[in-house]
Design a binder for this molecule. Structure first.
Ligand code: UDP
Length: 461
């Protein structure tokens, strides 16, 4: 046994974008790889990691000081600085880890938003594997924009990508936000290039992984797979929530935020089954003051219990008397243990910005949604939630682009009360079962992970 432990293993170095919605799936993928016998180190370039365990199960976590990502997403400069820092540091880090771990690194697993890391992998003689953290439907849209943007005018391209063969017909407003705006020069042009750039060396990467599962997006997966081999490996959710067994795999791991206050679970325990609306717009979305007020009063009008995540940076936008006026029914926190919240029996509905992780988490835990997309891939996720998977309703904006309190109230009531809500709940439970099947031993996602681990092991020995 001792001898076996000392034997070196194939070692994967995993590098997510330092944003919560990217760290979480990369951590989870790393834990699954480690469970297949690989040694995995995750390196996070951020000074903001608050909860940092050096070792999570069999995964090592290394942090490198770098300025926080939050609020800098649209900055070209930030991307350039990040790329410079990573390419400078990585060869050093690989050499250090090769020495200290006793397991030579053989593969660089990188976030698809960092396609230039394939060159670094090649220079270091490593296998290059890319993890796509958005849905396969969204991947298809970006892929097609990438393939066609130099060939046809933007107006025509917009129509083409809203009619892709593997997706249900999309309105322009269902497309990812940066694609919606591509026919005009906008502040988001940089971001459009960035998301489409994920496909710049799509064919050259050794492995492409997608955080989805085949039964959820069968046509989209098959279509993208017709372009090159891809491996759906999701949903990348801690196994505790998928098979209810591994008590020690209940969290993603490193976080850029601390749950605050700590008492969400006790508060939820005190509420009736299915009576709470959980509201969260993820780690980045920033809403206007008027919109915050409409949500606040909409929640109050719904007369439901609610748990609302309002990040510290958003807090000043709450109506001044709201916290006191809603204290009887509501709890406002700056960050929640989201998976535990969604798994709690008192939660009956999730009002979400439709970030891909939040969407997969709700689907995998059987919680119906009120979809309130903000930007990036969220409108396309909202379309699928409402019209493809039938697990939620999507809010409508008024002519000023605001979701009114009456609309918030109506959508919450639709999910929390009546037959349509029950139907959504039944559909959610169906997806929850299919998600479990995909990640269970021998399921489609599990098989892909096993295949990758076996292939790396073979190359290594
Ligand atoms: N999350 C959390 N607590 C919160 C809000 C979000 O733990 O209060 C987690 C959530 O479970 C998810 C991630 O942060 O895994 C957010 O990712 P998502 O793709 O949903 O949205 P993004 O933050 O990237 O917009």
């Amino acid at each position: 046994m001792e001898k076996q432990e000392r034997q070196s293993k194939s070692h994967v170095l995993a590098l997510p974008i330092p944003a919560q919605g990217h760290i979480n799936p990369m951590m989870q993928f790393s834990k699954r790889l480690a469970s297949k016998g690989l040694h995995v180190t995750v390196v996070i370039f951020s000074s903001k990691v608050t909860k940092h365990t050096r070792r999570l199960g069999s995964v090592e976590v290394v942090t490198v000081d770098f300025v926080s990502y939050e609020g800098k997403l649209s900055s070209d400069d930030y991307s350039k600085q990040f790329q410079a820092a990573v390419t400078r540091k990585l060869p050093e880090l690989v050499a250090e880890l090769n020495n200290s771990s006793g397991h030579p690194i053989s593969c660089l697993l990188y976030d698809s938003h960092l396609p230039w890391l394939l060159d670094t992998a090649r220079q270091l003689g490593l296998t290059g594997a890319s993890l796509f953290t958005q849905s396969c439907a969204v991947d298809n849209v970006y892929y097609n924009v990438h393939e066609m943007q130099l060939k046809i005018p933007p107006e025509e391209l917009l129509v083409t990508v809203s009619r892709l063969p593997a997706l249900s017909p999309l309105e322009i407003t269902d497309l990812p936000s940066f694609v919606q705006g591509m026919d005009s020069e906008s502040e988001y042009s940089f971001l459009l290039n960035h998301v489409v750039g994920q496909f710049s060396n799509f064919r050259e990467a050794d492995w492409i992984f997608v955080n989805t599962f085949t039964t959820l997006e069968e046509e989209a997966v098959n279509w993208l797979a017709s372009q090159r081999s891809i491996k759906p490996i999701g949903p990348l959710i801690p196994s505790f929530y998928l098979d209810n067994q591994l008590e020690d795999d209940k969290e993603y791991g490193p976080s850029l935020f601390k749950p605050n206050p700590d008492g969400c679970n006790e508060w939820l325990d005190s509420k009736e089954t299915g009576s709470v609306v959980y509201v969260s717009f993820g780690s980045m979305a920033a809403l206007g003051e008027e919109q915050m007020a409409e949500i606040a009063w909409g929640l109050k009008r719904s007369d439901c219990n609610f748990l609302w995540v309002v990040r510290e940076s958003e807090r000043k936008k709450l109506p001044s008397n709201f916290v006191e006026e809603s204290a009887e029914k509501g709890l406002i926190v700056t960050w929640s243990p989201q998976l535990e919240v969604l798994a709690h029996k008192s939660v009956g509905c999730f009002m979400t910005h439709c970030g891909w992780n939040s969407t997969l988490e709700a689907l995998s835990l059987g919680v119906p949604m009120v979809a309130m997309p903000h930007w990036t891939d969220q409108p396309t996720n909202a379309k699928c939630i409402a019209d493809v998977w039938h697990v939620g309703v999507r809010v409508k904006e008024n002519e000023k682009g605001i979701v009114t309190k009456e609309e918030v109230e109506g959508c919450i009531r639709e999910v929390m009360e009546g037959e349509r809500g029950n139907e959504m709940r039944r559909n959610s439970e169906k997806w929850m079962k299919l998600a479990k099947i995909a990640v269970d031993e021998g399921g489609s996602s599990d098989k892909s992970i096993t295949e990758f681990a076996a292939e790396l092991g073979r190359k290594f020995h």
